[in-house]
Design a protein around this ligand. Structure first.
Ligand SMILES: *[C@@H]1O[C@H](CO)[C@@H](O)[C@H](O)[C@H]1NC(C)=O
Ligand SMILES: *[C@@H]1O[C@H](CO)[C@@H](O)[C@H](O)[C@H]1NC(C)=O
Ligand SMILES: *[C@@H]1O[C@H](CO)[C@@H](O)[C@H](O)[C@H]1NC(C)=O
Ligand SMILES: *[C@@H]1O[C@H](CO)[C@@H](O)[C@H](O)[C@H]1NC(C)=O
Ligand SMILES: *[C@@H]1O[C@H](CO)[C@@H](O)[C@H](O)[C@H]1NC(C)=O
Length: 314
């Protein structure tokens, strides 16, 4: 019992930690492990002061400190592997007021190393050869590509830059992701999620049956019996609903923080984000809580009946 309680407790703690350690979207943060740390806990990344409250520890890798730099300055991504990112490069940037100003990119933007990006392949924009590939860098870090479909504005997670500081060129690459439902690795993650949830649901069915059977609460329905369709319906139905909800959320919720992110960061759903509480730790904790309740009820009932039996036998 103590072990089960400890297990639940650690899962809840894990969920809570996931909740408050993720200060921002993972894709809006940078690794600060090698950045300069100030005495008051702030960090300096590319000359940008990142206060301590903008930092968080990566839940799955506690040695990795991350900073929400994109909340302080607009970010642009460098393609991975980043080429020659040390040097400074000036480029024409279209400001909010419509003026185009030649600026050092470091002055306007924080440069995120490309390892943050999840692309299946890259399309190199070639404005010198193709007029439809003309692009303009906007002040907020988005890329304006008037001929791009479906939207002429590519947010920063949809493209990346390769700097060639020696000849002053900047190559923009469109980050192409396959349409999610047809993405195999992601489907495997979704099948895994479905299986784990179903396993936990079956556990709750087993506790329920044990409770019903061991206490004198009636039906002695065992799994093998045909009369137990309702359990199958409950398990496969609930697991399907959970899967459908999280797949829909993955495709239609725009903020990555609230998405389950199947296979986006790892071969699993993102367990280090607030979303894990909704799609993973939340349902699991509920099931475990239910199991514990039934366990306690059974134990209490057994102890009570045990006492009456003893009294009778005396
Ligand atoms: C931390 O120190 C830096 C440099 O001394 C200063 O600019 C910054 O305001 C300080 N931050 C806080 C939260 O005190
Ligand atoms: C954890 O983060 C540190 C710092 O970024 C990195 O050097 C290390 O390789 C990471 N470890 C794992 C297991 O990812
Ligand atoms: C234009 O395209 C051709 C091949 O299609 C390529 O060889 C050439 O380098 C391109 N020019 C520039 C400036 O990229
Ligand atoms: C950046 O600016 C463009 C044009 O003003 C706008 O359409 C786009 O939504 C902005 N993107 C973000 C992330 O604010
Ligand atoms: C600039 O230099 C890079 C190599 O550093 C090269 O690949 C690229 O083609 C060059 N671009 C132009 C326009 O010369």
């Amino acid at each position: 019992m103590a072990r089960i309680a400890l297990f639940i407790f650690s899962i809840l703690i894990c969920g809570l930690r996931a909740h408050d350690s993720t200060r921002c979207d993972y894709f809006d943060s940078v690794d600060l492990t090698n950045a300069r740390k100030l005495e008051n806990g702030s960090y300096v990344f590319q000359g940008i002061l990142i206060p301590a409250e903008y930092t968080f520890k990566h839940v799955e890798n506690q040695t990795s400190i991350r900073g929400c730099v994109c909340e302080i300055k607009p970010c642009i991504n460098l393609c991975s592997p980043a080429v020659d990112s040390q040097g400074s490069l000036s480029w024409d940037v279209k400001m909010k007021d419509g003026n185009v100003v030649n600026k050092h990119l470091e002055d306007l933007f924080a440069l995120q190393p490309g390892s943050n990006m999840q692309c299946d392949w890259y399309y190199d924009f070639d404005p010198a050869n193709k007029s439809e590939d003309m692009w303009e860098l906007l002040e907020n870090g988005s890329l304006a590509v008037p001929h791009a479909k479906p939207s002429p504005i590519l947010p920063k997670q949809m493209y990346c830059f390769v700097f060639h500081v020696n000849n002053g060129t900047l190559i923009a690459k469109n980050c192409i992701r396959k349409i999610r439902p047809y993405d195999f690795p992601q489907n495997y993650t979704q099948i895994g999620y479905f299986a784990v949830m179903a396993a936990f649901l079956w556990l709750s069915v087993i506790s329920y049956i044990l409770w019903k059977t061991l206490t004198s609460k009636g039906s002695h329905c065992l799994l093998a019996e045909t009369g137990c369709k309702k359990y199958k319906l409950y398990v496969w139905g609930t697991a399907t609903v959970l899967l459908v909800v999280s797949v829909l959320a993955d495709n239609f919720v725009s903020k990555s923080k609230w998405k389950p992110n199947f296979g986006a960061y790892s071969g699993w759903i993102a367990t280090d984000s607030v979303s894990a509480l909704i799609y993973y730790y939340g349902p699991m904790s509920l099931l475990i809580f239910g199991n514990i309740t039934m366990f306690v009820l059974t134990a209490v009932d057994l102890i009570k009946t045990g006492i009456t039996i003893q009294i009778k036998s005396v």
